[in-house]
Design a protein around this ligand. Sequence first.
Ligand code: SER
Length: 336
Amino acid sequence: MRKKVILITGAAGEIGQALIKSLAATGSNQVLSLDLHDLPDDMDGYSTHILGDVLDKNLFARLVTEYDFDVIYHLAALLSTRSEFAPELAHQVNVNGTLLLMQMAAEQSQRRGEPVRFIFPSSIAVYGLPDLETKARDFYVREWDWNYPTTMYGCNKLYCEMLGTYFGSHYQQLSRTTPTMLDFRAVRFPGLISAYTTPSGGTSDYGPEMLHAAAQGKPYACFVREDSVIPFMAMPDAVTSLLQLAAAERAALRRTVYNVTSFSLTAVQFRDEVLKAFPNAQITFEPDVQRQGIVDSWPAGLADKAARRDWGWEPAYDVARAFAEYLVPNIRQRYQ
Ligand code: SER
């Protein structure tokens, strides 16, 4: 008999590590984690870890003979800045890798006659505001507003949301029988901030980079203007949203894709929060025109009403609590 497991791809990334730790803390010991990289040593025993590529069909052909994936958290992706430097690779990983996994999950759903829950982190990058006036006017964007991404990563995420919705509702729609489809659910994350890891290759990274540099006593040149504003969220809330969405009753979900957020800050407000904790931090602003353009196209805030209504979403960490109770103490300890 196949072993029932939770599959996490991109497990060695920021969200992956936090999610695995959270699942381990709840006593969930059937996690199969997959990544090109090893997990850090302090995560030994938290999951069965497999070194592998989401593009490796043979690997998945082998894994499905051994495992029954009850829930899949498909986190593997190249982030937005990195994707601009390697758009073809980004498309391969972010789209082809996702398609492969969705096909596998769809087949598994049919075979077992029960939908595999496929949880997908999407992003503010799916939005593309045309100019700063519109960004200021339409401050909190709703899921269906301004879906005109300007980055490869944003295009990939938006398309994969659509693919997921297709696999969840219309896959094999011309066959005579109605197959059991996968159960696709996505959240659109704002910029995430972890106390334990720094992101690599993202465009919202100036926030976490500022904070981690300050905690290490290193100077930091922020690559966007002081007035640049995007929404952010502390990593524990990101993990909570994934777990809550995965656990929600299917019948309660009126959408497949939900915005989630916590607080919006300008880059200078972010710096001021960092200075409260690390008054000697040396933070300057040296905008990079191209990365600035990406951040300017992202919304200033996200309207997360649907998530609140349908599955009780509510962030535990507002800006004050995120810095005072989660980020600052844990980052201090980390670099002590
Ligand atoms: N944080 C991501 C990035 O900057 C956006 O989702 O690429």
